[in-house]
Design a protein around this ligand. Structure first.
Ligand SMILES: *[C@@H]1O[C@H](CO)[C@@H](O)[C@H](O)[C@H]1NC(C)=O
Ligand SMILES: *[C@@H]1O[C@H](CO)[C@@H](O)[C@H](O)[C@H]1NC(C)=O
Ligand SMILES: *[C@@H]1O[C@H](CO)[C@@H](O)[C@H](O)[C@H]1NC(C)=O
Ligand SMILES: *[C@@H]1O[C@H](CO)[C@@H](O)[C@H](O)[C@H]1NC(C)=O
Length: 348
């Protein structure tokens, strides 16, 4: 199989060498490179710090990729001048119907939510819909992606237009080579994947070993779920898996291949582990273990068994515990307390 992203590996090696160089000369500020690690910046809380304080936090921990779920004006304005931070910004799900119905509406959306920031915010991705495929508004995703892509091209911008899909788009994921989309997601997703292949743009996928583990903690080992297994846990033909993250990632790659799509690269738009909300499966220690190992794993620049030559980029969910999310683990994925910006556990 051709690696769909050899450039990533090259860029990664360059940044890795740069990191080594800076450690040698300025002391060990950050022992793992965070080039490939982004943070999701969710805003479903009524006690969140100001966007400018949050951006200061990102800069202090060396985060250069963030994702916001909708084009929040305050966050966009606070990002002005911080070109080193690459922004992924989402189109709100509830806007999809209107945007799918009219190209003029897409132009209007772009003119108010993107254009005013182009000069001083580094917008790299626009995501059309968050986990709406498969579902009732799934069919609108491609229409909006097409209009936005045409618009971006007509303005000679380098913004990538894509969408975010959930693990539940997979009907089968074990072993990874059995990976297959559900019939409903297949119908909506395959045309999107063909479009992305043509546009040479990655698909964004949310990968949560936590949910798989929590659904069957008896038969799935915590070490496999948290990148802690010392030995191979899953043998799949010639491919050997020591962690569930790679296995889910590759199941998605296999599912795409079965639809004849071999050259679409994948970015992990969300992963993470809650630090509370589900008894002893969700402690700060386990969350620190998962996210810490995730940072090391993608920071190593290695790919997955199926795509060994493609380094993985992923965004941790989330920056803050968000008190307006559904009660339970949902509001406990944060790395920081919103009220005082204190880390819930040591990660960066
Ligand atoms: C903006 O992000 C791109 C990556 O998408 C990066 O190559 C570029 O250096 C960034 N721009 C600035 C001015 O830092
Ligand atoms: C765990 O594995 C055992 C033995 O294979 C099986 O009998 C049981 O149904 C499994 N439990 C779950 C929740 O999958
Ligand atoms: C949680 O507690 C149960 C019951 O004591 C135990 O069997 C299990 O190993 C614990 N799980 C973790 C992840 O600590
Ligand atoms: C990865 O790169 C190596 C060295 O260039 C090459 O031999 C190998 O075939 C590549 N593997 C895949 C799966 O593309």
């Amino acid at each position: 199989m051709d690696c769909p992203c050899p450039k990533n590996l090259f860029l990664f090696l360059l940044s890795w060498i740069a990191t080594l160089f800076s450690i040698k000369h300025h002391g060990p500020v950050n022992m793992v490179t965070t080039t490939n690690v982004g943070l999701n910046y969710g805003l479903l809380g009524d006690n969140l710090p100001s966007p400018s304080d949050v951006i200061k936090l990102y800069k202090s921990i060396g985060i250069t990729k963030i994702r916001i779920f909708d084009p929040n004006t305050e966050v966009l304005n606070a990002l002005r001048g911080h070109h080193e931070i690459e922004l992924t910004v989402g189109v709100k799900d509830q806007d999809l119907a209107a945007l799918a119905a009219s190209e003029e509406a897409v132009k209007g959306w772009f003119a108010s939510n993107v254009e005013p920031y182009l000069a001083d915010v580094n917008i790299t991705f626009i995501t059309v819909g968050n986990e709406v495929i498969p579902g009732p508004i799934g069919p609108q995703v491609l229409l909006v992606m097409q209009s936005l892509t045409n618009l971006v091209k007509s303005k000679s911008l380098t913004i990538s237009v894509t969408t975010v899909v959930a693990m539940s788009s997979l009907g089968q994921s074990y072993p990874p080579s059995a990976g297959m989309f559900t019939p409903q997601s297949r119908e909506q997703l395959v045309p999107v994947l063909k479009f992305l292949s043509h546009a040479r743009t990655p698909i964004l996928v949310n990968i949560y070993p936590y949910f798989a583990y929590a659904s069957n903690p008896v038969n799935i080992s915590i070490d496999y779920a948290t990148f802690n297994a010392k030995n191979v846990v899953v043998e799949d033909g010639a491919m050997q898996y020591t962690n569930m993250f790679d296995a889910i990632f590759d199941a998605f790659v296999w599912a795409m291949e079965k639809e004849g799509v071999k050259d679409v690269s994948m970015v992990v738009s969300e992963t993470g582990w809650p630090s509370a909300g589900n008894g002893n499966l969700t402690t700060p220690e386990i969350a620190a273990m998962y996210n810490g190992n995730f940072v090391k794993h993608v920071g190593s620049g290695k790919g997955t068994p199926k795509r060994p030559n493609c380094s993985v980029t992923g965004f941790i969910f989330a920056t803050f515990n968000e008190n307006q999310k559904p009660v339970g683990t949902e509001e406990q994925f944060g790395l920081y307390e919103p009220t005082d910006l204190k880390p819930i556990y040591k990660l960066f």
